[in-house]
Design a protein around this ligand. Structure first.
Ligand SMILES: Nc1ncnc2c1ncn2[C@@H]1O[C@H](COP(=O)(O)OP(=O)(O)O)[C@@H](O)[C@H]1O
Ligand SMILES: [Mg+2]
Length: 253
């Protein structure tokens, strides 16, 4: 099983959209996929058709030692299972701030899923707090979605610094930014093209070939609890996420 964390401490860059749609595309390619919604806002959960109830969530797994298998839910996407978020996750950082091994709770929990899934995708919250550290500890690959805008490079160096710290402290000695995904891409904007050129120069082959265009269907699909391939597959957004899944599969699966 490979574990991909979709990470960027900046909000609104397309983490959740990437997580949900990449999961659905890989599921359609007959991969057994697990989505872990590690954002207390729960957008990946609702985006995959999950309706919040009092069933077991990621919070129970991380804080309560619940077995992962009791927190698995099916989703609207084929071959995609979900460990849903829960509002209780908001308090996770404080609650666990002095617990030993707090960085490795998710990594340990995912060991139970090793044999049942081909790929796990972790949807990270927009912060560099303990949930994100848990994702970094558990991940074998990092995908960083980002928009081609002025502050993007600064945000990226902060993230690179965090990843370096995770490596140096031995939390995950192999952690590195494996792939940068350009999202909400608009080639007609000069700023987009300039920043893209800059990012590709600095990060070279770590920038994925696939770019995700700005596409209204991608923003509308979550309201139906559907991934783009089940909502508007032939939309430009749908095609882009299909291409992304092919690229990810070629690289890592
Ligand atoms: N490629 C895109 N085109 C248009 N809207 C998008 C695209 N990607 C994401 N969105 C929308 O932008 C908002 C932020 O995206 P989201 O995936 O939730 O970001 P994050 O998880 O990083 O906060 C959401 O409303 C989402 O539907
Ligand atoms: Mg999100």
């Amino acid at each position: 099983m490979i574990t991909i964390a979709v990470i960027n401490q900046k909000g609104g860059v397309g983490k959740t959209t990437t997580c949900v749609n990449l999961a659905a595309e890989l599921g359609a390619m007959r991969k057994k996929v697990l989505v872990v919604d590690a954002d207390p806002q729960g957008n990946a959960s609702t985006g995959l058709g999950f309706q919040f109830d009092d069933s077991k969530s990621l919070y129970d797994v991380l804080s309560g030692g619940e077995e992962l298998k009791w927190a698995l839910h099916s989703t609207s996407a084929k071959n995609v299972s979900l460990v849903a978020s829960n509002i209780n996750l908001v308090g996770f950082d404080l609650e666990m701030s002095s617990a030993t091994g707090r960085e490795f709770l998710l990594a340990h929990a995912l060991e139970q899923a090793q044999d049942d899934f081909d790929v796990t995708l972790i949807d990270c919250p927009p912060s560099l707090g303990l949930l994100t550290v848990n994702a970094l500890a558990a991940a074998s690959r990092l995908i960083v979605p980002m928009q081609c805008e002025y502050y993007a490079m600064q945000g990226l160096s902060l993230l690179a610094h965090t990843v370096q710290m995770i490596r140096e402290r031995g939390i995950n000695p192999a952690a590195q930014i494996d792939a940068i995904l350009l999202t909400m891409y608009n080639p007609n904007l000069r700023l987009t093209r300039e920043i893209e050129a800059q990012i590709r120069e600095v990060f070279g082959t770590h920038v994925l070939k696939t770019v995700i265009p700005r596409n209204v269907d991608l923003a509308a699909a979550p309201a139906q609890g559907l991934a783009i391939r089940d909502y508007g597959r032939s939309s430009r957004g749908g095609e882009a996420y299909h291409d992304l899944a092919l690229e990810v599969k070629r690289l890592w699966l």
